[in-house]
Design a protein around this ligand. Structure first.
Ligand code: GDP
Length: 454
């Protein structure tokens, strides 16, 4: 998903690199390439038009910034506009003042509603809620038992017609003749009785849009007065996602969108069009068949993913302000040759720390989202101690830590107010890190890393 869009967008933006100044022709050419990339990704035409107009306007009028070169500025604008198209702020679930909060799912058959019901149930449980699923898809054969299986997997009770919670099979219950509106109403009552604070209503879909489907969904909506109606849409259906969304908006109305099957190799245009066309936020994204393949939708993260750069943009900005390019280059050369000293290490550390608390800086790196726990352990106080230890060393010791024998270690420890074991640890880790960095830089061809401007 988004891979080819991502490749093409980064390709278009890469051409700008190394330009000290961007001409209108540069911006026109880049805009054209971005336009093609979006169209190829199946983004709908009106959305593409608005997007490109904004990029052009903002790029041409961009203030000359000391911190960013022109190419980086365009990247920043494209990123901001992508975030805007994807909805800007992350939209959270609106909980009812008086529980239960009712969440109704609507969408075409096969969109992934039943699967989503389980995922949502699981997610709400993890947030400390006590959800119940209500099976109102009485159309598709097997939908009720599918929901029961899904509920069981998620550890969430299921209210099915006549059968109470999680019991019975639909065949013996004659469910196909049941009334989904009644089931929905009874499900909400049951939730109230059993004090579940969230009710997730799975409704029937059809292969295509038809009046009967819309009427049933609106009747369920009227009967249960949901706090959220989520329109569930398969991201793989491309342009059709937009027309389906429009039809559901008109026929039923919805408060949020859930994109499913983001794991497929679809071109991603649906994600970029639905919000802009319907004005309704994308709230969740599903990316696989397993319960865990699901997450709250964050427009900023998705935009960075499309541009393939974590929050590197902010990092670029801050680095630009604090980075001493010459020094960085000299250090890179030393790293490659395995000649880094503790003095260099201290300088690097001071340079990085000028950019802000270390947790914030690391949090901006791509992939940092998955390392949240580890990052929360990184603490500025620890770094203060490391700094104090290195400062307690003589220049000769910083240059060649090998000479730091037992008596020197004791002196350094006393001078910097730490235990000898901490000095030992620092020296050992420094050797390990230097070795690892030299190996890594060899493998990655680190020579070019500091040449960001070329
Ligand atoms: P419903 O008719 O809207 O209830 O759709 P289902 O929940 O039955 O889903 C239809 C099919 O899509 C099932 O085979 C699901 O396993 C599959 N599915 C649902 N969500 C995802 C997803 O995010 N990724 C993938 N790859 N498959 C999904």
């Amino acid at each position: 998903m988004f891979d080819s869009l991502s490749d093409r967008l980064t390709g278009a933006l890469k051409d700008l690199r190394g330009k000290g100044r961007l001409s209108d022709a540069d911006i026109d050419r880049t805009s054209r390439e971005i336009r093609l990339a979006l169209l190829e990704a199946d983004v709908s035409l009106p959305v593409v038009r608005t997007f490109i107009a904004r990029i052009k306007e903002r790029s041409k009028g961009a203030e000359v910034s000391a911190a960013l070169n022109p190419a980086q500025q365009v990247v920043k604008i494209v990123n901001e506009e992508l975030v805007g198209i994807l909805g800007g702020e992350t939209r959270r679930v609106q909980f009812a003042k008086n529980p239960p909060t009712i969440v109704m799912l609507a969408g075409l058959q096969g969109a992934g509603k039943t699967t989503l019901a389980g995922k949502l149930g699981n997610w709400f449980s993890q947030q400390g809620h006590t959800p119940i699923l209500v099976a109102c898809d009485l159309q598709r054969p097997g939908a009720v038992s599918q929901l029961q299986i899904v509920g069981e997997r998620a550890g969430v009770p299921v209210f099915a017609p006549h059968a109470g919670t999680s019991v019975g099979g639909e065949g013996e219950l004659g469910i196909s003749s049941g009334d989904p509106v009644e089931v929905a109403r009874a499900g909400v009552e049951e939730a109230r009785r059993l004090q579940h604070d969230v009710v997730i209503i799975d409704t029937a879909g059809r292969l295509g849009i038809d009046e009967e489907l819309m009427r049933q969904a609106s009747d369920i909506r009227d009967a249960t007065q949901p706090d959220e109606v989520l329109f569930v849409v398969d991201a793989m259906i491309g342009q059709d996602a937009v027309s389906t969304a429009e039809a559901f908006q008109e026929g039923v109305g919805f408060t949020g969108v859930v994109l499913t099957k983001l794991d497929g190799d679809a071109r991603g245009g649906a994600a970029l069009s639905v919000r802009e066309i319907t004005g309704r936020p994308i709230m969740f994204a599903s990316s696989g068949e397993k319960l865990e393949d699901f997450d709250v939708f964050h427009p900023d993260r998705m935009a960075s993913r499309i541009l393939g750069m974590g929050d590197v943009l902010s990092l670029i900005e801050q680095a630009e302000q604090h980075w001493d390019a010459q020094q960085a280059e000299a250090t890179a050369a030393k790293i490659t040759q395995g000649e880094l000293t503790l003095e260099d290490f201290l300088e690097q550390m001071l340079m990085i720390r000028k950019m802000g608390p270390i947790g914030n800086i690391l949090g901006m790196l791509p992939g940092a989202g998955q390392m949240k726990d580890a990052l929360s352990q990184v603490d500025d106080k620890q770094l203060d101690r490391v700094q104090a230890i290195i400062r307690g060393m003589t220049p000769a010791e910083r240059d060649n830590p090998k000479i730091i024998n037992a008596s020197r270690r004791l002196r350094i420890a006393n001078g910097s107010g730490v235990a000898v074991s901490e000095v030992n640890q620092l020296v050992d880790r420094f050797y390990d890190a230097r070795k690892m960095m030299a190996q890594m830089s060899g493998r990655m061809g680190m020579g070019g890393v500091t040449n960001r401007k070329n």
